[in-house]
Design a protein around this ligand. Structure first.
Ligand SMILES: Cc1ncc(COP(=O)(O)O)c(C=O)c1O
Length: 363
């Protein structure tokens, strides 16, 4: 309690009382926290289903065909999560002992429980700093070919970049990296958990953003607001391999058309509205950026990164939680706030009021 930039106890208690009694919780920890809307639940209830392990679920087949077309790839495979999509890509592209080149803070190196090493048996090599490295940095990271060096096999990028604060990758630079990677004999995978955010923010088509890559994963359960599901998209031969690995990992699902129907609904109704989340993120950033002591990056999509002047992120998160606003600590002095379908303009205003109050008064 207390700390360098918190309210005095009595004012905090008043505010806590008001918020707990009159306002709802605003959850800005992640865009994965959304709950299916009533219309999405209806679409789920209406879904035609079959046994997808037998390849007989029409709703899954329809979703896979739609996402293959959207990403411009020959085939798409419906899987349970973004993590599974990324791991299937690593398994399909690589052999044990291979080097996979990733950017700083890559999800597949940070947040997939070490699966790249444990399942595919590859090592992730971080290249450069920030969300995207240069072609030169990639060349420098590839080890000389010898029986005693790992085989350079895959470049895996992330768009938008989560730890990079929802950055949209510069497409010209992506193409330059891809050209260099091809020249080095490397394959390319894109973690597109938030590729629809990147497309909406940049005005580019999803297929254009995915074009330099052999495989691309997209998530339905982040900004798009579906409860479960991701797809791995790519050429027929690689997706055939991924399909085998999906079963091997226990990812074959039976009447998964219920989930696919939610995903199809999300693609029909929740893509264009991502622009609203981006506008909300800019509002949050502008409001927080105006407060003394905070350093706030201008968001490109729905993720706002905030740097505190001291390593008090976890206390800040706790105090905001007491006041009904959930946010994440992303380092000792760094916070992450994510806007989504379940936070409207009033929620943004409420969150700003609480965060200002938590930060604003010094003892
Ligand atoms: C960039 C990125 N890739 C992959 C994932 C993994 O998705 P899932 O939580 O569905 O496994 C996430 C999750 O937030 C993510 O942000």
């Amino acid at each position: 309690m207390g700390g360098p930039f918190y309210h005095t106890a009595s004012r905090t208690q008043d505010l806590t009382f008001a918020i707990q009694h009159f306002l709802v919780t605003i959850d800005l920890r992640s865009d994965t926290v959304t709950r299916p809307t009533p219309a999405m639940r209806e679409a789920i209830a209406r879904a035609e289903v079959g046994d997808d392990v037998y390849g007989e679920d029409p709703s899954v087949a329809a979703l896979e065909a739609r996402v293959a077309a959207l990403t411009g790839k020959a085939r798409a495979l419906f899987v349970s999560s973004g993590t599974m999509a990324n791991q299937l890509a690593l398994l399909a592209h690589c052999r044990r002992g291979d080097d996979v080149f990733v950017s700083e803070g890559a999800h597949c190196a940070w947040y997939e429980s070490g699966a790249a090493a444990a399942l595919a048996g590859v090592q992730c090599v971080t290249v450069g700093q920030g969300a995207l490295f240069s072609p030169e940095a990639l060349v420098a990271a590839v080890k000389p070919t010898a029986y005693y060096t790992p085989r350079a096999r895959l470049v895996a990028l992330e768009n938008t970049h989560n730890r990079g604060g929802g950055r949209v990758l510069d497409q010209a630079q992506v193409e330059a990296v891809a050209e260099t990677a091809r020249g080095l004999g490397l394959a390319l995978h894109l973690d597109g958990a938030r590729l629809f955010n990147a497309a909406v923010a940049s005005g580019a088509r999803v297929a254009t953003l995915a074009a330099p890559f052999d495989t691309v994963s997209v998530c339905l359960s982040k900004g798009l607001g579906a409860p479960v599901g991701s797809l791995l998209c790519g050429p027929e031969a690689l997706i055939t391999e991924a399909h085998r690995y999906r079963k091997m990992l226990g990812g074959g699902m039976r009447q998964s058309g219920l989930l696919a129907a939610a995903g199809s609904f999300a693609l029909e109704h929740h893509v264009a509205r991502l622009a609203v989340d981006h506008a909300h993120a800019r509002e949050l950033a502008a409001g927080l950026g105006a407060l003394t002591g905070l350093s706030v990056e201008t968001p490109e999509t729905n993720i706002v990164m905030v740097d505190l002047p001291a390593p008090t992120a976890s206390q800040f998160v706790e105090r905001a939680k007491e006041q009904g606003v959930l946010i994440s600590a992303f380092g000792p002095a760094r916070l992450r706030l994510v806007t989504h379908l379940d936070v409207d303009a009033a929620g943004v205003a409420q969150a700003l009021g609480v965060l200002r109050a938590v930060l604003g008064a010094r003892p």
